[in-house]
Design a protein around this ligand. Structure first.
Ligand SMILES: Cc1cc2nc3c(=O)[nH]c(=O)nc-3n(C[C@H](O)[C@H](O)[C@H](O)COP(=O)(O)OP(=O)(O)OC[C@H]3O[C@@H](n4cnc5c(N)ncnc54)[C@H](O)[C@@H]3O)c2cc1C
Length: 408
């Protein structure tokens, strides 16, 4: 369980060599905003067979829907899986990309997250029309939950609404910090759907770029992940067919935000692997540098202050790796619980930031310079303590899972 098998090792090697040859040289121009990441994403999809694997998943889902026939909407949502039916392969892929650029990993995660949200509980026409083009990277996807007034409390404070008018949904609202939003073709938008006298329920709705009433802002300037465009989405009387609603409208507490939580859990399961990539690269670079950088007549690795830092970084690497293995096992066994996803995301995000800072410290001035990858890895690492649920929200999820909900 704690070692990659032969297939997973082969994937690791193939992705590493692709990323070193193609992604690493492209990162500086993408970071400066001179090139968008999407042409390279499409190339990666083709050359690593990622698009084929994802479309195969979609085709399998379509075949199942066909088998169920008219009762398609009664089907169980697709469980959280992974590429090639192996979540560890997904983890290895994200880890390898994030050794070079976590931002580029975010571009992939956001588009796949959008495609998977549509795939997991949509009708066949919605999957054909939107999930297949997004999962083959022909179209770029975005997944929009966060709003200016609804971040950690995304469900409780959500203002975006969808009014049902006969066969049409009319959306109004404002989403922010959405990965890929400035350039995405397909958006999964979460909104309070109001139908008749029933209480509104939060559901995801597919909206295509070009639909009147949907607009996006320019890429936001941010601390890190400069190669991952992030932006706002504006909805003003944006009308889409009612069929674009993903899943059923169930005015029950259980249904409230359940599709969003599935995608969030998927995100929380993917992000630890990305953090592992940061940690692994930082440890490798730091060990190599500490053995060769000479000060006071000896390699700096011989100073205990440096050696102990490396030892702590290695402990974090081992723990993060174990958590990523456990997450992949849990996904495969259908046992991915929010508690485990939160533990892994919290630990790996905190350690990615800590280890990246330590790596910069060990490299001294060289670590602070953009010529080395460490300062980007550190800036990108910080995102994982915020996106997909902040550290504090992960702690809250873990605390509630052991103590039960607060008695208020
Ligand atoms: C680069 C980037 C990409 C992103 N991509 C996407 C995307 O594709 N789609 C999407 O929907 N969202 C995306 N997000 C948004 C992200 O999920 C939110 O930023 C995050 O959930 C936090 O929400 P907030 O920024 O509104 O912070 P707030 O919720 O305002 O939190 C502010 C602070 O208060 C703390 N806090 C809040 N509530 C509690 C509490 N109950 N107990 C203790 N502390 C609390 C938080 O932990 C945080 O420290 C992205 C964010 C970033 C930075």
């Amino acid at each position: 369980m704690f070692e990659l098998d032969e297939t997973q090792r082969a994937v690791e090697q193939a992705v590493r060599s692709w990323c070193e040859q193609n992604l690493a040289p492209a990162v500086p121009a993408m970071e400066r905003g001179e090139h968008l990441p999407y042409p390279l994403l499409r190339r990666m999809g083709k050359e690593l067979g990622l698009d084929e694997a994802l479309v195969r998943l979609a085709r399998r889902r379509l075949a199942k829907l066909q088998a169920v026939g008219s009762g398609e909407r009664e089907m169980e949502a697709e469980p959280a899986g992974g590429l090639a039916d192996d979540p560890m392969v997904t983890s290895v892929l994200l880890k390898e990309i994030s050794r070079i650029s976590p931002g580029f990993g975010m571009v992939l995660l956001a588009t796949v997250g959008c495609g998977m949200a549509i795939l997991s509980s949509s009708s066949a026409p919605l999957i054909e029309r939107y999930a297949v083009p997004v999962l083959s990277f022909e179209k770029i996807g975005a997944w929009a939950l966060t709003e200016p007034g609804a971040g950690s409390d995304a469900f409780g404070s959500m203002q975006t609404t969808a009014r049902v008018e006969q066969s049409t949904l009319v959306l109004n609202g404002h989403k922010t910090y959405i990965s890929n939003a400035p350039f995405a073709d397909v958006f999964v938008i979460y909104a309070r759907v109001k139908m008749g006298d029933a209480n509104p329920v939060i559901r995801p709705i597919v909206v295509e770029r070009g639909t009147p009433g949907l607009d996006t802002g320019p890429p936001m300037r941010k601390m890190g992940m400069h190669d991952s465009p992030t932006g706002e989405v504006f909805l003003q009387d944006c009308r889409v067919p009612r069929e674009n609603l993903i899943g059923r409208i169930e005015p029950t507490e259980k249904a409230r935000g359940s599709a969003a939580l599935e995608t969030l859990n998927l995100e929380r399961a993917a992000m630890p692997a990305m953090c592992l990539g940061i940690i692994e690269r930082c440890v490798e670079e730091s060990v190599r540098y500490a053995k060769t950088r000479v000060q006071f007549g000896r390699p700096i690795a011989e100073f205990q202050a440096v050696a102990f830092k490396l030892a702590r970084m290695t402990v974090a690497l081992e723990n993060a790796r174990n958590l990523v293995f456990k997450l992949a096992w849990a996904q495969r066994a259908g046992k991915l619980h929010p508690q485990l996803a939160s533990i892994a995301k919290l630990y790996c995000a905190e350690k990615a930031v800590r280890v990246a800072l330590d790596a910069i410290q060990i490299h001294g001035g060289a670590g602070y310079m953009a010529e080395l990858p460490l300062e980007k890895l550190m800036r990108d690492a910080k995102m994982f303590e915020i996106g997909g649920g902040t550290n504090e929200i992960q702690l809250q999820t873990i605390a509630r899972s052991i103590l039960g909900p607060p008695n208020r």
